[in-house]
Design a protein around this ligand. Sequence first.
Ligand code: 3EB
Length: 330
Amino acid sequence: MVQGFEKVIAGPEPRRAPLVSYRYAHPAAVLAEPGTLAVFGFGAGATRNADPRWLGVELECFDAPAPLEIWQVQGPVTHGRVGDLRWSAGDGWLFAAIELDERHHGGPNGTGAAAYAQLCEFLATRRERHVQRIWNYLADINQGDGDDERYKQFCDGRAVGMGAFFADGFPAATAIGHHAAEPLQQIYLLASDQRGTRVENPRQVSAWRYPRQYGRTPPSFARAMALPAQDALAISGTAAVVGHASAHQDDLVAQLEETLTNLEALLASAGMNAGFDTQSPLKAYVRHPVDASHVHDFLQLRLPGVPVLLLHGDICRQELLVEIDGWRYA
Ligand code: 3EB
């Protein structure tokens, strides 16, 4: 019992960040490796797998075949299903995912509310309830005008489903539109039994303070989250937004430059060294397939050696052509 006592008075050890990487492999082989918390495939060609840790993301990858995205932690991982969601946990980390068909849950608003309510209800039962990072993928995100735009309906529902769960502050997030045949909302998250530190971008108005013109309910996310041990920064979807306004309409390269400036501002704001490296997996969401090769070439030149997954996805403001999210390890 002495060991346990020492642990208590020493306080919790900081949780080492999960390792996120892209790799060409078979899902079953990766799922069989010790410490695998989650595995993601991309696009319609992705293999299916019944393991709760597997998620087939409904975004097509411009690289064929797409690699897998793999989250790995130290030590044993348990997993299960509760209601519509599935989860896995190990070493103080938690992965949870939910996929709901909007036709059965009241469109983007009702489905967002139902998905977040289930996620928050589940999180409340767990020690790993400190959500660091959330991804939201929904169909036809820009369909509808003004406040009826599907993304804005989703923002309304998300806030309802969250209730007071994130009263202390929102996690880092991404919200992107997919082009799958079914109106599926795919929402997944990474949580920990320890708190992370929210990071904002001094060049941008915090999203939850966006003015009314962007919708009834401002988007519920932080620009980035430093994980508990400050050994990694989870970077939210980042685009050519300056202040609260979209910059460089119809200019892909200028939007990319502005996005990189925002990414660097986030690193600085987090107190991290500048730049991305071979250990910093990023995703670039590209609205128009014709832009994909230009985005690829630009990032190859400006972020040499950085693993970037190029995905076909719609950014939640019609005028934004590209968005980047990902990880920077310290
Ligand atoms: C922006 O800067 C772009 O609704 O969860 C980025 C990241 C954006 C997350 C979200 C939205 C979200 O406002 C949009």
